[in-house]
Ligand binder design. Structure first.
Ligand code: G
Ligand code: G
Ligand code: MN
Length: 253
């Protein structure tokens, strides 16, 4: 699909983007422990998955406005659920690495969350592992600012970027989200198992929360628990759910 800036601007204006919510599950009691907000695009009557347009969008300036647009929608949903007195859970919001990581970004993120009077503990930002282009000092200042606001941050897709170790050595993250490609698919893959085990224990020893994404089998759940990782997100539990369906999950929570 060939996406142009104008298409994105029009789609935002026409409210064609919607937010799905994928549950994060606690493996201690199998209850709802959080959610990740993931966008979908209803274009010409079809539901378009983000990997068909986000990579192109990330090459355009519009990605910044797009993230804010999504954040507004997410805050609006959470406000509605809070008003309904549902047991709201922390929702993580993907933040593109293309933003200019400055004070203005921090102010606008917090400003949006506050506009909807969302208590800060209900929001987390997921940032992809840094690539070479990210300015380290700016990223540090953004993460520190969010921490001071009581908003948690998570390293998304941990393990597949270029500079993972450097990124977690000195920056104040709260959560490491292990990329789905690191989840062992068979018992016999020694290298895969070893890396997986050590990623989880490293996160724990650093005092970071650890969640594994892409959990698809009962066997993988067993492996997570064996390694004392008790948070999972994946198709075994739920796919990303439309808001009405996710709301029903909150009702039962
Ligand atoms: O299901 P999934 O196909 O939902 O998402 C594919 C990719 O698109 C994910 O890697 C996710 O980080 C990215 N993505 C989904 N929603 C958003 C969003 O609102 N903002 C940004 N920047 N990326 C998103
Ligand atoms: O932002 P991030 O890359 O973490 O987005 C999560 C992506 O992982 C989304 O595209 C989501 O649909 C996808 N995903 C979530 N659970 C599973 C799963 O169990 N298996 C696979 N293959 N993909 C998943
Ligand atoms: Mn993510």
């Amino acid at each position: 699909m060939n996406v142009t800036p104008q298409m994105i601007i029009d789609a935002m204006k026409n409210e064609e983007f919607i937010v799905y919510y994928q549950p994060k599950v606690s493996l201690l009691r199998y209850n709802l422990a959080g959610a990740e907000a993931l966008c979908r695009w209803i274009h010409d009557g079809k539901l378009i998955q983000p990997d068909l347009f986000i990579p192109q969008l990330e090459k355009m300036e519009e990605i910044a406005e797009f993230d804010f647009y999504l954040l507004e929608h997410i805050c609006r949903d959470i406000r509605k659920w809070l008003d309904e007195k549902l047991n709201v859970v922390k929702t993580s919001v993907n933040l593109s690495r293309c933003h200019k990581m400055n004070d203005a970004l921090l102010k606008r993120l917090v400003g949006t969350i506050d506009k909807y009077r969302i208590p800060h503990q209900y929001i987390e930002f997921e940032l992809l592992e840094s690539t070479m282009e990210v300015n380290y000092d700016e990223l540090k200042s953004l993460l520190t600012g969010l921490t001071l606001e009581g908003i948690t941050t998570s390293v998304d897709d941990f393990g597949i970027g270029y500079s993972s170790m450097n990124l977690i050595r000195t920056l104040p993250w709260n959560v490491i989200k292990i990329d789905k490609s690191f989840v062992p698919k068979s018992d016999s893959d020694y290298r895969q198992h070893t890396i997986f085990r050590h990623l989880i224990s490293m996160a724990r020893d650093l005092g970071l929360d650890c969640i594994v994404e892409g959990v698809e089998t009962v066997e993988q759940v067993r492996l997570l628990k064996e390694n004392k990782c008790y948070l999972a997100q994946g198709f075994l539990f739920d796919r990303p759910l439309p808001p009405a369906e996710f709301r029903r999950r909150l009702l039962g929570n």
